[in-house]
Design a protein around this ligand. Structure first.
Ligand code: DGL
Length: 288
């Protein structure tokens, strides 16, 4: 755990099943430019969406323990699927640690729709989450919003491991998004942190189907704001300029994570390959 003497200087641990969490990390860097950040991409075990829930819980607890052992002062579960499966258990294990999870932006979706129809793109596991469905029901009762839930099987995997701009990605986006537009959705919630990474391709598909304005909801900004609030409340904000750092860790190829840092963030931080647990093995490498 972090000692009181250096707790402001301690890093923030951020993780995802792969590179998707970088869509959250970029907001954290923008809002908290002085913080030291550790990013863990569990690309060797991606995607989480098709894994049994106990495997996802084991991965989350393993990565959480690794980051806590490196002295983090807060954790960000930058993955909707991992949040649904394990954030409660992670909070039970580290009750004094500020922990922020990511959930599909149903409230901002309901607030932004003009015609009351909102499409929600996410993994099957996220859309089946008890808390998610409860929140959906509450918002429906309060606002009358019609949510169209679209499980996007294989999409996080395609973004993680496929070639950028590959026809397979476009075909998949078309398959998942076109029916939502046909049913009148004027707002699409990006309920997986991988999806904002292909926002340009998503916008391309939308433009092929409608001239109407379609709003995309990405919760990365709100997650960074919630992290800021929790750090402020705990007196843990790093307050000196010019000391920020970023370090990457991956359970797959370090070269692939370095390439993702370069292409998505224009940064070149040190990256370490390491094995955490060994329930599954999948030789992989992200190409984004
Ligand atoms: N970025 C993860 C999420 O937000 C990807 C899901 C997966 O690994 O299946 O849900």
């Amino acid at each position: 755990m972090v000692s009181p003497a250096n707790k402001l200087d301690a890093p923030i641990g951020i993780f995802d099943s792969g590179v998707g969490g970088l869509s959250v990390l970029r907001h954290i860097q923008a809002q908290l430019p002085n913080e030291h950040l550790l990013y863990f991409a569990d690309s060797g075990f991606a995607p989480y969406g098709d894994k049994p829930v106990d495997v996802v819980i084991e991965r989350v607890l393993g990565i959480g323990a690794f980051l806590v052992a490196r002295g983090v002062k807060a954790l960000v579960v930058a993955c909707n699927t991992a949040t649904v499966a394990a954030v409660r258990i992670l909070r039970e294990r580290y009750p004094d640690m500020p922990i922020v999870g990511v959930e599909p932006g149903l409230k901002p979706g309901a607030a932004s729709t003009r015609n009351g129809t909102v499409g929600v793109l996410a993994t099957e596991r996220t859309l089946a989450g008890e808390k998610f469905l409860l929140l959906r029901d509450q918002i429906v009762a309060a606002t009358g919003t019609r949510f169209l839930l679209q499980p996007c099987v294989g999409l996080a995997d395609q973004i993680e491991f496929g070639e950028p701009g590959a026809p397979a990605l476009d075909a998949m986006l078309e398959r998942y998004i076109a029916p939502l537009l046909a049913q009148g959705a004027d707002t699409l919630v990006l309920g997986c942190t991988h999806y904002p990474l292909v926002q340009a391709s998503i916008e391309g598909v939308i433009r092929r189907h409608t001239d109407a304005q379609v709003t995309l909801i990405d919760t990365g900004d709100a997650v960074a704001r919630q992290l800021t609030r929790l750090l402020e409340a705990a007196g843990l904000l790093h307050d000196r300029d010019g000391e920020a750092s970023l370090t990457g860790f991956t359970s797959a190829s370090g070269t692939a994570l370095s390439a993702a840092f370069a292409s998505l963030l224009g940064q070149n931080p040190p990256v370490h390959e390491l094995a955490i647990g060994a329930t599954l093995s999948k030789p992989t490498g992200a190409h984004i």
